[in-house]
Ligand binder design. Structure first.
Ligand code: CTP
Ligand code: MG
Length: 234
């Protein structure tokens, strides 16, 4: 048997969101961000296992919180680490042995559409060792020096904003984490690229945006209200 797992780094503090509970536990439409994210993952076809890296002091609470959200899949909650990368690494250690595809998804992307999760999983199952969902940029991007002076303007047509879930074969992802020479890479594909493994892109989705700053929560509430008004459960 071969199963697909969703690994959910949820141990961050949410400093950029301002004072309050750890970001994954902040409310959106009455439920923590993490609950929304895990619900979307567990609704995706083919996701059999969910492993959450929770804030260290909240492991038992998170397990209780998610036990009803994850009904068909198997749930494991571990304590996260000091960086996103170490939180993912800790979750990988807890993967059951029969998992061969892993989707890594930020708890901070609560409104990821279920179809987008499936798109990533399908691409890995179809043979890609590493898959990331991306969107074209809307803003022009500049590189600057330490003083903030503009150095160059990269050609926007070659740039993409990267979202999660990012999908990998288990062996590729575990190898990339085991060989990592840094400990604070902000996306898993970054580690995989360094191994020389080809990373392919699939289309992301506007609603898979990351809740990072206060205004993102305002937007997330609006998106959720619109979904609920349209009769979509969220
Ligand atoms: N994350 C984690 N462990 C950490 C840091 C981050 O599991 N030590 C998770 C976050 O919970 C989030 C995801 O990684 O789901 C993306 O990180 P980010 O948006 O940077 O969240 P925070 O680190 O919580 O926010 P900030 O950087 O503003 O403090
Ligand atoms: Mg962070």
């Amino acid at each position: 048997m071969s199963r697909t797992a969703a690994v959910v780094p949820a141990a961050g503090k949410g400093m950029r969101l301002g004072p309050g509970a750890p970001k994954a536990l902040r409310p959106l439409g009455g439920s923590p961000l993490l609950v929304h994210a895990v619900r979307a993952l567990s609704l995706a076809r083919g996701v059999d296992v969910v492993v959450v890296a929770a804030p260290e002091d909240e492991v038992d609470m998170v397990r209780a919180l998610l036990s009803e959200v994850v009904s068909d899949a198997e749930l494991t909650v571990v304590a996260g680490g000091d960086t996103r990368q170490s939180s993912v690494a800790r979750a990988l250690i807890a993967l059951p042995s029969d998992v061969d595809v892993v989707l890594v998804h930020d708890a901070a992307r609560p409104l990821v559409p279920v179809e987008m999760v499936e798109r990533v999983a399908v691409a890995v199952r179809a043979g890609a060792p590493a898959v990331i969902p991306v969107l074209k940029l809307v803003d022009t991007v500049k590189t600057v020096d330490a003083e903030g002076r503009v150095v160059s303007t990269p050609d926007r047509s070659h740039l993409r904003a990267v979202q999660t879930p990012q999908g990998f074969t288990r062996s590729v992802l575990q190898q990339a984490h085991a060989n990592a020479e840094v400990d604070d890479v902000t996306d898993d594909a970054g580690l995989v690229e360094r191994q020389g493994v080809e990373v392919v892109t699939v289309l992301g989705h506007e609603e898979a945006f990351k809740v990072t700053r206060p205004m993102d929560l305002v937007l997330a509430e609006a998106v959720l209200s619109r979904r609920r008004a349209g009769g979509v459960v969220g």
